[in-house]
Ligand binder design. Structure first.
Ligand code: GTP
Ligand code: MG
Length: 444
């Protein structure tokens, strides 16, 4: 059935009926509350502000407890996110609270990249949630949602204006998280200066197009208080875990030689306003905004990046199945193209190697032929030499035989005739004693 037919059918079928008696589905809201209470809640706060600005103290003051904290050094080479999760309980409501500290924020000489780890952390939490959502077997019911619901941005109480680092960071974060800017350590700035400072901050945020979280005014029950509180932004807060006796009451305050700053006194600071807005009135809205606005935006961009669309180029509805088929075809086409490319590359490589091998073979052959020629030449020379030597040996032997014959003849003659003169005898017997191969002569 086409979508339009389905719409017409359901419009036609919808009729208002009145009930004859109590049925019981008016208890649905109670069922919802009961289910949520059993399930518990999670709330994740990101604290961004310079080292020592009072982040941990404010968290301790807000939740009236002491969270484990360790002071950050001013020598961090980059901003690092440190999440810590706590299980809190108030009445029968369980809250899984995660406080994420941006450790080392504002401590680097080059602060250009300070926002990046924060953005990456927020995106990673969105990505984890998206991956869980896309699983075939999802377990979102007991999934620990770590998406950041609110970013408390701690502004240094300079009384002047926002630093460029503040503006850049808030601008980078405003589409990803609900930002509530707060002026920290507000007891260090005078009342008139604070008033001007607040106006200045708000005008700078507006002129730089930074979207901060606005307390919702669409729900009648909280519209009035929320619109009043929107006018008080940014809240100027004081934090303290110290208890001081004021009158006959112990209150959380900061004590100075000249007086006491009471954290929960609305004429001293906006701490109570912040707690009311953040925890008592708008906690659920912050969670909802995170899911319906910021996460939705992340999800949409991510899926579009992956090639999923709701409509085709002609603005016609495009189903997931069609997108999948198109993507699959694209992927297979790409795979085939890559395969062909690799095959071609392989063939070329083989051809190249073959040519190289052939060239090497030719070179070797040439070398071999050259060596063979040299060897033959040498062999020929040696052969020649050998022949010469043999000839000389033969000549020598012949002479030797001749000499021996002569010697024996002369010996015979001497034994028959008287001895001749010594001179003649010497000449006759003056025979060579050695034969030189190098000169080819007989030497004495
Ligand atoms: P790191 O985690 O090290 O970055 O510091 P932090 O931002 O958590 O600051 P922390 O809460 O540790 O406070 C640092 C110092 O500031 C402590 O001495 C606090 O007592 C002091 N401090 C905290 N809040 C306030 C405040 O509202 N006013 C004043 N005057 N001092 C404060
Ligand atoms: Mg701290």
């Amino acid at each position: 059935m086409a979508a339009t037919d389905l719409e017409r059918f359901s419009n036609e079928e919808k009729r208002n009926l009145s009930l004859g008696g109590h049925v019981g589905f008016d208890s649905l809201p109670d069922q919802l509350v009961s289910k949520s209470v059993t399930q518990g809640f999670s709330f994740n706060i990101l604290c961004v502000g310079e080292t020592g600005i009072g982040k941990s103290t404010l968290m301790n003051t807000l939740f009236n407890t002491t969270f484990e904290t360790e002071e950050a050094s001013h020598y961090e080479s980059a901003v690092r996110l440190r999440p810590r999760t706590y299980d809190l309980q108030e009445s029968n409501v369980h809250l899984k609270l995660t406080i994420v500290d941006a450790v080392g924020f504002g401590d680097q000489i080059n602060k250009d990249e300070s926002y990046r780890p924060i953005v990456e952390y927020i995106d990673t939490q969105f990505e984890n949630y998206l991956q869980e959502e896309l699983k075939i077997r999802r377990s979102l019911f007991d999934y620990h949602d770590t998406r950041i619901h609110v970013c408390l941005y701690f502004i240094t109480p300079t009384g002047h204006s926002l630093k460029s680092l503040d503006l850049v960071t808030m601008k980078k974060l405003d589409s990803k998280v609900n930002i509530i800017p707060i002026i920290a350590k507000a007891d260090t700035i005078s009342k008139s200066e604070l008033h001007k400072f607040k106006i200045k901050i708000m005008s700078e945020l507006v002129s730089n197009g930074v979207q901060i979280y606005q307390f919702p005014t669409d729900d009648e029950a909280v519209a009035e208080i929320n619109s009043v509180m929107n006018a008080h932004l940014p809240f100027a807060v004081v934090g303290s875990t110290e208890e001081v006796k004021v009158g006959n009451k112990l209150v959380r305050a900061r004590q100075y030689p000249w007086g006491v700053v009471q954290v929960e006194n609305e004429s001293h600071c906006d701490f109570v306003k912040l707690r009311e807005m953040l925890i008592r009135v708008n906690m659920e809205d912050l969670r909802e905004q995170t899911h319906t606005r910021h996460y939705e935006l992340y999800r949409r961009c991510k899926l579009e990046e992956m090639g999923f669309k709701d409509t085709d180029p002609d603005s016609q509805p495009f189903s997931l199945q069609e997108t999948y088929e198109t993507k699959r075809k694209e992927f297979l086409g790409e795979l085939q193209r890559k395969e062909e490319e690799m095959r071609q590359m392989f063939v070329n490589k083989v051809k190249e190697t073959e040519a190289e091998l052939k060239e090497k073979e030719r070179e070797l052959h040439e070398k071999f032929e050259h060596l063979k020629r040299i060897h033959q030449e040498e062999k020929r020379k040696v052969e020649e030499k050998r022949r010469e030597l043999e000839d000389e040996m033969n000549a020598f032997n012949r002479r030797k035989v001749a000499v021996e014959t002569l010697q024996s003849q002369s010996l015979q003659a001497t034994s028959q005739q008287p001895l001749k003169k010594d001179k003649d005898k010497k000449n006759f017997f003056s025979l060579p004693s050695a034969y030189s191969i190098t000169t080819g002569r007989y030497v004495n």
